[in-house]
Design a protein around this ligand. Sequence first.
Ligand SMILES: Nc1ncnc2c1ncn2[C@@H]1O[C@H](COP(=O)(O)O)[C@@H](OP(=O)(O)O)[C@H]1O
Ligand SMILES: [Mg+2]
Ligand SMILES: [Mg+2]
Ligand SMILES: [Mg+2]
Length: 329
Amino acid sequence: MIDSPEAKFAIAAVREAGKLVRRVQAEMVTDALTKGDKSPVTVGDFAAQAVVARRLSQAFPGAVLVGEESAADLREEAGAQTLADVVKFVRTVFPDATPDDVCDWIDLGAVDSHDTHWTLDPIDGTKGFLRGDQYAVALAHIKGGKVVLGALGCPELAAGQTPQKGGPGSVLIAAAGQGAYVGSMADGVDDWRQASVSTTADPAQARVLRSVEKGHTNMGQIDYFAEALGIQADPVGMDSQAKYAVLAAGGGEMLLRLISPKMPDYVEKIWDQAAGSIVITEAGGRVTDLDGRPLDFSHGRTLKTNRGVLATNGALHDAALAALKSVGA
Ligand SMILES: Nc1ncnc2c1ncn2[C@@H]1O[C@H](COP(=O)(O)O)[C@@H](OP(=O)(O)O)[C@H]1O
Ligand SMILES: [Mg+2]
Ligand SMILES: [Mg+2]
Ligand SMILES: [Mg+2]
């Protein structure tokens, strides 16, 4: 098992944030704001970013955090009620937190950084979270533009691969050169086992994982892709980096993020890929963009030199890249 101070921190952080957002979901899941890019953000996203950012600043003073959310909308008059709700949930962890503290902690992550920093997706799959489906808390450490550590907290996943409502949830942790492990999200439970990708080498047997949201991928092209490889099973729709956990734990062979025709210029964000990608590579899989290039985390908040994402168990990667080419993806 990986036992560096950074890994211990990341495991504790995604467990704590996972539990916090579960409480938000139980009490008030419908409270969502719409961001400038029309995507939703909930009290849970803000509260989880505040708590993880605060914990990071205490554990590693001076560490830089690149987080998905910012407190700009909460500082406006129109965000006052949402801020009050966020503060209520943050106080379940930090009882003395003031509204200004909470905004300041969230904004610890509202920065750009290129070389060495942590990156947080406080709720990845916010749309899944709102629907009561899969979501994940994703935290990664990037050094010199390379992901060196990643943790995924998946509250609705059992053993890193089976959707399960109301169970303990799963944590995946991976560090460069040290493998990937899956364990329980419950505090103090030490049931870690090594995560390994599936060994399936026959493309026809591949289980394909994709987004639920049409706006996040290209459903039609995924169907053509599956046809080109003679894949028998229908693709599995799953929100968030829970998909990356499932692939790492051997519950699928291919994961596709194709370019949505609705948003042809969309550029992937680092917090959507950093933790998930190291979990997969350390479990023996392979992650590239749709052109076979490695994901390049050295350009700040986005993967601006990459196009989409392909992750596989490794054995099927070249076949998948060829099939992507053949369907024009
Ligand atoms: N047009 C688009 N193409 C690809 N990904 C997109 C997208 N618009 C939003 N996303 C990202 O897709 C993530 C969810 O992925 P998935 O569809 O696999 O669940 C979102 O993360 P958040 O939910 O953290 O905002 C968001 O960052
Ligand atoms: Mg979002
Ligand atoms: Mg995300
Ligand atoms: Mg998010």
